[in-house]
Design a protein around this ligand. Sequence first.
Ligand SMILES: C[S@@+](CC[C@H](N)C(=O)[O-])C[C@H]1O[C@@H](n2cnc3c(N)ncnc32)[C@H](O)[C@@H]1O
Length: 235
Amino acid sequence: MAKTQSVRASLDKQPHEVASMFDGVARRYDLTNTVISAGQDRYWRWMTRRAIAPRPGEQILDLAAGTGVSTVELGKSGAWCVAADFSRGMLAAGRFRAVPMVAGDAMALPFADNSFDAVTISFGLRNVADIDLAMREMLRVTKPGGRLVICEFSTPVIPVFKTVYMEYLMKALPRVARAVSSNPDAYVYLAESIRAWPNQRQLGRRAADAGWAGVKWRNLTGGVVALHRGYKLGS
Ligand SMILES: C[S@@+](CC[C@H](N)C(=O)[O-])C[C@H]1O[C@@H](n2cnc3c(N)ncnc32)[C@H](O)[C@@H]1O
C-alpha cells in the first residue's frame, strides 16, 4: 500500500507549512480533486477559461497552478500559459504536462512589471498568507488593460443548501479524502479554510482595494465556487 503523509497547515498559512502540505498532497492531487468535487472541478476550470477568454498570442500567468491541471485547461485556447507555484512537489507531480512551470511565491512574483495579458489563480488564493499583497503583486505583473480572474471556493447563496454544504464539508470531506489522498489531513485544512474565507462581496472589495478596476463576480454551483473578475486600468 502507498504511504500517506500527514502534514496540515494552520489557518495563519505560514508559507513553509502550506508548501509542505501541498508537497504531501501532490501525488494524488488531481484524482482527489475530481473525487471530492464529484467531477465539478472540470466544469469550474472550463468556466474559468471562459471568464479569462484567453486569445492566441496572449501571455497568461496561472498562479498557484500546482500540478498544472488548471494551466492545461487555459492552454486549450491557444494562448501561451505559464504555471507558477511555490510547492516544488506539486510542480514535480505535473512534470508530465506540456506547460512551462516556474517556482515562485504569489507574494513576491518572479516576473517583471506589466508582463501578462491576464493573471488567474484557481483554488490558490485561499492558501496565501497575505491575499492583499498577492492581489497587488498580480496587478503589478499584469499589463495595463489586462485581466484578473480568481476562481475560489466561496459561500453558498441558498440558505438550506449552505447548511447542508457546510455539514458535508466539515464531516464527510476529510473522510472521503482519507480514502484517496496522499495527505488526508490537508483536507481537514481545506474544510476549515473554506469556512474562514471571505464571502463574495468581501473578496470583491479586497480585490478593488488592491487596485483592480471593475470587480464583479459570478457564482458557480450555487456559490460553492465564485469567479471574481477585474482589470488593470490603463491601455
Ligand atoms: C489547491 S491547489 C490549486 C492548484 C491548481 N490551481 C488547481 O486549480 O487545481 C493550491 C496551490 O496553491 C499553491 N500556493 C499556496 N500559496 C502559495 C504562494 N504563496 N505562492 C505560490 N503558490 C502558492 C500551493 O502550493 C498549491 O499548489
